[in-house]
Design a protein around this ligand. Structure first.
Ligand SMILES: Cc1cc2nc3c(=O)[nH]c(=O)nc-3n(C[C@H](O)[C@H](O)[C@H](O)COP(=O)(O)OP(=O)(O)OC[C@H]3O[C@@H](n4cnc5c(N)ncnc54)[C@H](O)[C@@H]3O)c2cc1C
Length: 480
C-alpha cells in the first residue's frame, strides 16, 4: 500500500531500472512518481590548472545516451523522465514543491561534490516540509551488510576482501517496477546536446577503439550478454585481463557500472548463473574479485572523505613534493613523451575515452614516479577523458599509483620497458596507436630512441620529426 501520494525520484549515477532499490521503493511507496534527471553545468566547467573540461566530450556524450535510454525505457512503461539543466538542489526543490511531493528519493553518493548537493537539497527541503531519503545502490556488498563499521574498514584490500567474502551476503536483485503512474502537467524538458555543454563539434568515433561505448542500460545488458553468454569470454578472463587490444580481453563493463546502467549485483548473479550452467573457474571468480576492488574504493572514499582528492592523499603524506611542470605534463597528456608504450596508451585515451587497466597503471606510474609530476593533475586529466570515470575508483587508484594510498604494499614502481615487453611483446599495441612506427621491428619498437640514422631511414621514421625524442632516458629501465 502506498504511504505517499507523490514522490519525486531523482536519478543520479543509478541510470537503470533493474535492481534499483531507490526507484523501486519510490514506486512502491507512492501512488505517483516523478522521475527526474538534472544535468549540473558545474560538472562541465573548465579545470583551469590543466586546461581541460571536468567532463570531457566522451563522457558527456555517453551520459546523454544513458539519460536518453532511461527516458525511452520509462516512456515504454507509460511514464517519462523529466529532464532539466541547472543547479540540482534548486531545480529539484522547486519541482517537488510544484507537484506537491511528500518526499524526494535518490541514490546515495559518497564523494564531496555529490554529498554537497545532497546537503544543499536537504536544506532547501526542510522549510517546505518535504522528506528526503537516500538508498544505497552502487556496490556489490550493501554498506549495511559490511562486517565492520566504515570507520574500521581494513586498510589492506586482501583483508577487506577476505572479510566481506566470508561474512557479508550479496543481496538478491530488487525487482524492476512495471506499473508506473506519472503526475501530469509537468513539462518533460528537452534532451540537451553536446553543444549545451559547450562542445562545438560532434563526437568523432575512432575505428581503432577497443569497443564502441554506447550509453544506457540497454547497451549495458547487451554487453553483459555478449561477454558472458554469446562469446563465453569470461571463461578465460583471468588469462586475458591484462591485454590491451580489442574488445575481448576484459569485460568493458566499467563505463556502464560507473553511470549505474549496470548493477554490480546483477553482474554477480549472472556470473553465478554462468558458473552453474557452464563453468566455474578462476576466471569467473576473478571478475567478481575485480568488482570487490571497485567496492573497496567506494568504501575507502566513504571513510576518508576529501583526503582522496588532495596531493597528500589518504595517507596524509605531507613529505612528498610534487612538481607542477605544465609543459612536461602536457607532453604526457598528449602522448608526446617519446616513450612508445606511454604514448600509445595516452593516444588511445585521447581518441576514445578508454584505456586498459594495464595502461592506466603504467602511464600513472610514469607520470608520478618518472616525471615526479603532481598526481592530482593526472587524476584530473583522467576524470576529464575517461568514459568510465568514477570518483572513487579513479582517485582511489591514483592514490595507490602515487604511493599516498592506505595500503603500503600498493606503492609499486613500474619499469616501463619491462612492462612493455611483457604486455606488448611484438609491439602490436604500440603500432595500433602510433602508425608512424609501423615499420619498426618488434625488438626495437619499445626503444625507438636508440635507432641509428640508418635504421631510421630503413624503418621510415625520423626521430624528432615524425616521433618525439624521449623526455626520460629509457636506459634507466635497461639497467634494472
Ligand atoms: C590510475 C587508474 C585510474 C582508474 N580509474 C578508473 C575509473 O575512473 N573508473 C573505473 O571504473 N575504473 C578505473 N580504474 C580501474 C580499471 O582500470 C578499470 O575499471 C578497467 O580498466 C575497466 O575495464 P573493464 O571494465 O574491461 O575491466 P575488467 O577487467 O573487466 O574488470 C571488471 C570490473 O571490475 C572493476 N575494476 C577492475 N579493476 C578495478 C580497479 N583497479 N579499481 C576499481 N575497479 C576495478 C571495474 O568496474 C570493471 O568494469 C582505474 C585504474 C587506474 C590504475
Amino acid at each position: 500500500m502506498p504511504t505517499h501520494n507523490r514522490i519525486l525520484y531523482w536519478f543520479r549515477n543509478d541510470l537503470r531500472l533493474h535492481d534499483n532499490a531507490g526507484f523501486a521503493a519510490a514506486c512502491e511507496d507512492a501512488t505517483q512518481v516523478l522521475p527526474v534527471y538534472v544535468f549540473d553545468p558545474r560538472q562541465f566547467r573548465e579545470l583551469a590548472a590543466i586546461g581541460v573540461k571536468k567532463t570531457g566530450i566522451f563522457r558527456t556524450n555517453f551520459l546523454i545516451e544513458c539519460v536518453a535510454d532511461l527516458r525511452a525505457s520509462l516512456r515504454a512503461r507509460g511514464a517519462d523522465l523529466i529532464i532539466r539543466v541547472g543547479e540540482p538542489s534548486q531545480i529539484l526543490a522547486d519541482l517537488a514543491e510544484t507537484i506537491d511531493a511528500q518526499a524526494i528519493y535518490a541514490s546515495k553518493e559518497v564523494t564531496s561534490e555529490e554529498t554537497d548537493v545532497e546537503s544543499a537539497l536537504s536544506k532547501r527541503l526542510k522549510p517546505l516540509n518535504i522528506d528526503i531519503e537516500f538508498f544505497w545502490t552502487s556496490t556489490l556488498y550493501h554498506v549495511r551488510d559490511l562486517p565492520f563499521g566504515v570507520a574500521k574498514l581494513p586498510d589492506i584490500f586482501t583483508q577487506f576482501r577476505n572479510r566481506v567474502e566470508k561474512y557479508a551476503p550479496v543481496r538478491e536483485l530488487v525487482p524492476t517496477p512495471d506499473a508506473l503512474q506519472l503526475p501530469d502537467d509537468v513539462d518533460s524538458g528537452d534532451m540537451p546536446t553536446l553543444s549545451t555543454f559547450g562542445f562545438d563539434n560532434a563526437l568523432k568515433s575512432d575505428v581503432r577503439a577497443a569497443v564502441p561505448f554506447k550509453g544506457g542500460e540497454t547497451a549495458a545488458v547487451a554487453r553483459l550478454e555478449r561477454y558472458l553468454w554469446e562469446k563465453d569470454l569470461i571463461r578465460t578472463y583471468k588469462d586475458t585481463r591484462n591485454g590491451m587490444l580489442g574488445e575481448d580481453y576484459s569485460s568493458k563493463f566499467s563505463a556502464w557500472l560507473a553511470h549505474g546502467c549496470l548493477s554490480p549485483r546483477f553482474v554477480f548473479h549472472e556470473v553465478k548463473r554462468y558458473e552453474q550452467e557452464r563453468i566455474a573457474n578462476d576466471s569467473t571468480y576473478w571478475l567478481i574479485f575485480e568488482l570487490i576492488w571497485r567496492d573497496f574504493f567506494r568504501f575507502v572514499a566513504l571513510k576518508f572523505g576529501t583526503r582522496l582528492f588532495k596531493p597528500s592523499g589518504i595517507k596524509h603524506d605531507l613529505q612528498k613534493h610534487w612538481r607542477r611542470d605544465f609543459d612536461l605534463f602536457q607532453r604526457w597528456a598528449e602522448g608526446e613523451t617519446g616513450i612508445p608504450f606511454i604514448d600509445a596508451n595516452m593516444r588511445e585515451l585521447n581518441h576514445t575515452g578508454f584505456m586498459s587497466n594495464r595502461g592506466r597503471q603504467n602511464v600513472g606510474s610514469f607520470l608520478v614516479k618518472d616525471l615526479g609530476i603532481d598526481w592530482t593533475w593526472g587524476a584530473a586529466y583522467f576524470e576529464s577523458l575517461l568514459v568510465d570515470y568514477d570518483p572513487c575508483s579513479n582517485w582511489g587508484n591514483w592514490n595507490y599509483v602515487a604511493g599516498v594510498g592506505n595500503d603500503p604494499r600498493e606503492d609499486r614502481y613500474f619499469n616501463i620497458l619491462t612492462q612493455a615487453s611483457r604486455y606488448d611483446e611484438r609491439g602490436d599495441y604500440v603500432k595500433h596507436w602510433l602508425p608512424e612506427l609501423a615499420n619498426v621491428p618488434a625488438d626495437k619498437i619499445q626503444v625507438v630512441s636508440t635507432l641509428t640514422r640508418q635504421q631510421q631511414t630503413d624503418y621510415d621514421v625520423a626521430l624528432g620529426e615524425d616521433y618525439p625524442m624521449p623526455i626520460v632516458n629509457p636506459a634507466k629501465w635497461m639497467k634494472k
